[in-house]
Design a protein around this ligand. Structure first.
Ligand SMILES: NC(=O)c1ccc[n+]([C@@H]2O[C@H](COP(=O)([O-])OP(=O)(O)OC[C@H]3O[C@@H](n4cnc5c(N)ncnc54)[C@H](O)[C@@H]3O)[C@@H](O)[C@H]2O)c1
Ligand SMILES: CC(C)[C@H](C(=O)O)[C@@H](O)C(=O)O
Ligand SMILES: [Mg+2]
Length: 351
């Protein structure tokens, strides 16, 4: 078994380091190889996703990814910006189903941006489509007939793209509380109308799952008002990006939300995938030892479970994270004082 480790930029290497210490302590004999990605790769090799990084990722059983993003790259042409590395990996490896679980850990109810009794009920899974939508449509700048500059991005979803993520959503719901909420903007967008029509077609194959539809603006409001109503939420790339950051604050911090990006490829050990915290490179706190590594440690647990077939080890990691939080070892993002390494130490001590 071999994993590719792509720490990236900013706090990416800081949080990845803690996850790797946890992996080492588990002593599972997993081989690993590291490569540059994002701004770090651009500065060293002239491209955010060098061919050797992609090749390493492709040849692995699973990928542990930190974060990309570097303010010194903001003026580069878009195809050279760090963010293109993660978009490129998701697309090139056909990782179209992004699972972003949001659950309140015991002891964190009081640290949510919501009232504790509202936050305490959160146990939901966002299934975000990751290979289509306005992210991957044609885009550009043009001049209007009146001489104004105009930026444009094309949003679209094909039937097959919606169908495969709909199946992922229904299957996820079957493994949980059998409720699926499909989030779209079908009252305005044709892309969303097609999305809704296809989700309804697919639903015929899942009579055991209760399907509802919600417009994305209402979904954002409902996630704050009564997040306990959601079991599985399936949505497009852009809406899923926004709603998952929102959900992270409902459970306490963006430093807590892990993710798995999966496709259809099976290896000898499980489903091939990429695992990353939902947050970015956080330039405002990078290098200060303040980043919360829990989202990355929990992403490692997802990697062990989904890609390496090591459910018991994954359970151990998740239990150690839960105990650490219950014992009040919290980073600044959760109102505590523990630094990145201190949080890593606390998880290691509870493995
Ligand atoms: N998948 C990815 O690699 C990914 C995801 C999101 C953003 N980005 C990139 O990251 C860069 C910064 O973006 P941003 O500031 O909008 O989002 P961000 O997620 O990096 O940070 C948002 C805020 O949350 C805080 N934060 C994030 N992670 C934290 C953690 N683990 N512990 C404590 N606090 C944490 C940051 O300090 C910041 O105040 C940009 O270049 C963006 O494109 C990359
Ligand atoms: C960095 C960016 C391209 C990325 C996204 O929009 O998907 C990030 O926000 C995420 O949530 O992983
Ligand atoms: Mg995001």
């Amino acid at each position: 078994m071999k994993i590719a480790v792509l720490p990236g930029d900013g706090i990416g290497p800081e949080v990845t380091r803690e996850a790797l210490r946890v992996l080492d302590a588990l002593d599972l004999g997993i081989e690993r190889e590291e490569a540059l990605v994002g701004g770090a790769a651009y500065h060293a090799k002239g491209h955010p996703l060098p061919p050797e990084t992609l090749a390493l990722a492709e040849a692995s059983d699973g990928i542990l990814f930190g974060a990309v993003g570097d303010p010194t790259c903001d003026a580069l042409e878009r195809h050279l910006r760090p963010e293109q590395a993660i978009l490129g990996l998701r697309k090139a490896l056909t990782l179209f189903a992004n699972l972003r679980p949001a659950k309140v850990f015991a002891g964190l109810e009081d640290h949510s941006a919501l009232r504790p009794e509202v936050a305490g009920a959160i146990d939901l899974l966002i299934v975000r489509e990751l290979n289509g939508d306005v992210y991957f449509g044609e885009k550009g700048f043009r001049t209007t007939p009146s001489g104004e500059r105009e930026g444009w991005d094309m949003m679209s979803y094909s039937e097959s793209e919606v169908r495969r993520i709909a199946h992922a959503g229904f299957r996820a719901a079957q493994g949980r509380n059998k409720r699926l909420c499909s989030v779209d903007k079908a009252n305005v967008l044709e892309t969303s109308q097609l999305w809704r029509d296809v989700v309804i077609e697919v639903s015929a194959q899942y009579p055991d799952v209760a399907l509802e539809h919600m417009y994305v603006d209402n979904a954002a409001m409902q996630l704050v008002k009564n997040p306990g109503q959601f079991d599985v939420v399936v949505t497009g790339n852009l809406f899923g990006d926004i709603l998952s950051d929102l959900a992270s604050m409902c459970v306490g911090s963006i430093g807590m939300l892990a993710s798995a990006s999966l496709g259809e490829r099976q290896t000898a050990h499980g489903t091939f995938g990429l695992y990353e915290p939902i947050h970015g490179s956080a330039p405002d706190i990078a290098g200060k030892g303040l980043a919360n590594p829990m989202a990355t440690i929990l992403s490692l647990a997802m990697l062990l479970r989904h890609s390496l077939g090591l459910a018991e080890a994954a359970d151990r990691v998740e239990a150690a994270v839960a105990r650490t939080l219950a014992d009040g070892v919290l980073g600044r993002d959760l109102g505590g004082t523990a630094g990145t390494t201190e949080i890593g130490d606390a998880v290691l001590a509870r493995l």
